[in-house]
Design a protein around this ligand. Sequence first.
Ligand code: GLU
Length: 466
Amino acid sequence: MTVVTRFAPSPTGHLHIGGARTALFSWLYARRQGGRFILRVEDTDRERSTDEYVQAILEGMAWLGLEHDDGPYYQTQRFDRYRQIIERMLAEGTAYRCYCSRERLDALRAEQMVAKEKPRYDGLCRDRQDPPPEGVSPVVRFRNPTDGQVVFEDLVRGPIAFDNAELDDLIIARSDGTPTYNFTVVVDDADMGVTHVIRGDDHINNTPRQINLLRAISVTPPAYAHVPMILGADGQRLSKRHGAVSVLQYRDDGYLPEALLNYLVRLGWSHGDQEIFSRQEMIDLFDLAAVHRAPSTFNPDKLLWLNQHYLKTEDPGYVAGHLQPHLAALGVDPDAGPDLAEVVRALRERSKTLVEMAEGARFFFAEHVAYDEKAVAKHLGEEGRRALGAAQAALTDLTEWTIEAIHGVIETVAASGGWKMGQVAQPLRVAVSGTAVSPPIDQTLQLLGRTVSLARIEAALRHGQS
Ligand code: GLU
């Protein structure tokens, strides 16, 4: 049997952390089993679904690298198919038209509330023989079995049972003919050959209804795995109150997709005490049986830690590719300066995010240095300028522009002028970067190159001297 999983977001909001984790688990399970992963956009709620959210979801999935094998399918393009199945169910008697008015249903509900019963449809139209009232557009209800149980083996939670007596005769088509949520999911899962439904446990109450519907259309239900929810540090369900929750927001905040994926895979799943997982390791090791039953807590510090880890260890050329949009956002053109991968190498030890890295990279590509006047006051006073002048002379004479040779020059200048290394390095740093923080000064000068370095030193010596 080929495993088929799906991610089925409703485009009524952005791709958030919880959805991305569900998508990742579904994708990993399919990859691990050599199966297929489907992307299906559940856009039947036309009032709340927008194209913008659809695009944001597709963009988020692509950024995470959770590529789908089939789709994206759109439920709004499948209405003919849903109608066909509804007709079939009506003909086979597994569904029936219900003519009950809103007033009748409201009154029924009120009575049931007073009697402290669970509000549910009483089945009046189930076996209706009399001619239906005129001028009423009926809804279509599913004829749910009235006795027995729906039992399924949840791959995360173990066996789960619901009494059919607890389940309502679900409306599967509204009076305008449009299909409803549980019904479209069922038709799609059946048509698309889904073998494993992996989703949030907020859907657990839908599962017995969906199983009954599948049986009614003679389809063997898939296996189900309901993944526990994600909580914020305060124990409440993760939401916007806890900070950024959308995947694209993390991208814009300077996270690498590897960091977010690694963070997400550990959110409710573990493999011994391993924390760092490459994409391939996740695929090789992921197992639904090891998904936790208890909710997991979102920890932004750990995500930041992982981001630093990946900034430091991923190929600098790859990181440079992800840095580009952040530089562009600052109006920086990386073609106008040193090799970006080398700049990444110089900055990666000191950057927690790509946003920080872009800030730190800015001066490498600037036409004119923007001086932090506090740093100028501190390091380019009389003594500082003297040290800078001495460094300028020695660097001008330097023929070989390497890190080692530059380092040697700074050491010699410091020794001959009776300065500490920092007393030469800091004026140089302010001169070339405008601030008192940069990667090691020898590396910085080497990356900037001889011409730019010497021009900046000259400009710094003139700065404020006119
Ligand atoms: N469209 C549903 C949602 O976004 C998911 C349905 C499912 O996974 O079965 O919550």
